[in-house]
Design a protein around this ligand. Structure first.
Ligand code: NDP
Length: 338
């Protein structure tokens, strides 16, 4: 049972060598008598920025740290090989929290969902139909309550969550601009995902001025994925009664101490509402989300780009690549295709 193991707790930027391949572990492909767990073969693993927090020694984060020497865990798509629980049976396809290894025994079944619809690529259940999709849905519709004609800005816009937020914003009749870190990503935003405008934030000397250029009348909704300097620039470009969905702040995840934020006073003077959220608190809305998103995919009204790394061995580079923007779209690792 090949596994990806955390070597030791990480400080600063994670490196590929912080994660190592253990090729010598073994596992029985039958559950012990009386087990209530589910034994799965892992197919697709999801690389997600929040996993960086789990690579640090616990600082009272909302998720537990990984254990050095043990395989890391995350969201994935898997096939059930044996089940001690009546909700799952051999042959079922599932998505949810699993291990970064070929085979896993899953004990926490509250974050394991049966896949009903296999007319779409299975890997979509790590992205558009999985945790990032739910994040875009909850963070945009529930937190921002968008209205037709509003001005929307999305950062890390070509990523797993951002590409969907932009498309949701267009479907809601909003004007939407995205930022991303390369020309290739900016082109995708404009030509593939239908953003009205997009820019490469790395090429802008003055982010405040860049936003003023794209939003001469200000921003109604900011979908926050990055934090730091971008948040400061957004704050001084917000409109009256604006909303900020604080989804993530990836620019802060590798810092020993988070940066302070300038321009916060705009929250007062412009009556801005900024709200953070954790997607797992919205998983009860998953059926409603699927009802909306599945037809959109099948009718070709929404698209999704994945960056697929082949083989469990490629997992470490794929995961740490999120923090240098190496991924173009949702970063997935293929362990096996069936
Ligand atoms: P992405 O697929 O967008 O991958 C991360 C991207 O972030 C990179 O490709 C890179 O793109 C960008 N990035 C990396 N470092 C920086 C930096 N220092 N400054 C600016 N941009 C940077 O990831 P996801 O879509 O999965 O996640 C997006 C955000 O949503 C993250 O902050 C994540 O933590 C958050 N999240 C929150 C959840 C919640 O429950 N609240 C659930 C899921 C995700 P680029 O080339 O454009 O720089």
């Amino acid at each position: 049972n090949k596994q990806i193991v955390l070597k030791n707790y990480v400080n600063g930027f994670p490196k590929e060598s912080d994660l190592i391949l253990n090729a010598s572990a073994t596992i029985s492909l039958k559950l012990p008598e009386g087990s209530k767990a589910v034994l799965v073969k892992n197919l697709y693993l999801s690389c997600d920025p929040y996993m960086r927090g789990r690579m640090s020694e616990s600082k009272g984060s909302y998720v537990d740290s990984f254990t050095p020497g043990s395989p890391i865990a995350g969201f994935g798509v898997a096939k059930v090989l044996d089940s001690g629980h009546s909700n799952f049976k051999k042959g079922d396809l599932v998505w949810g929290l699993t291990g970064w290894e070929e085979y896993s025994i899953i004990n926490s079944l509250e974050t394991l969902f049966k896949i009903q619809d296999t007319d779409v690529p299975l890997s979509y259940y790590t992205g558009i139909l999985g945790m990032p999709g739910m994040t875009a849905y909850a963070g945009f519709y529930e937190i921002c309550a968008p209205k037709k004609g509003e001005y929307v800005f999305v950062s890390a816009a070509s990523g797993a969550v951002g590409q969907l937020v932009g498309q949701f914003a267009k479907l809601s009749g909003c004007y939407v601009v995205g930022s991303a870190g390369t020309k290739e990503k900016v082109d995708l935003l404009k030509n593939k995902f239908g953003f009205d405008e997009a820019f490469n934030y790395k090429e802008e000397q003055d982010l405040e001025a860049a936003l003023k250029r794209y939003f001469p009348n200000g921003i109604d909704i900011y979908f926050e994925n990055v934090g730091g300097k971008m948040l400061e620039a957004v704050l001084s470009n917000m409109r009256f009664n604006g909303r900020i969905s604080a989804c993530g702040m990836i620019s802060q995840y590798n810092l020993e101490q988070g940066e302070g934020v300038r321009n916060l006073v705009n929250i007062v003077t412009k009556s801005v509402r900024m709200q953070g959220f954790i997607v797992s608190n919205y998983f009860h809305m998953y059926p409603k989300f699927m009802e909306m998103v599945m037809p959109l995919i099948k009718e070709g009204k929404i698209c999704y780009i994945e960056d697929v790394a082949e083989g469990l061995e490629s997992g470490p580079a794929a995961l740490v690549g999120l923090f240098s923007g190496r991924n173009v779209g949702k970063q997935v690792v293929v362990v096996a295709r069936e």
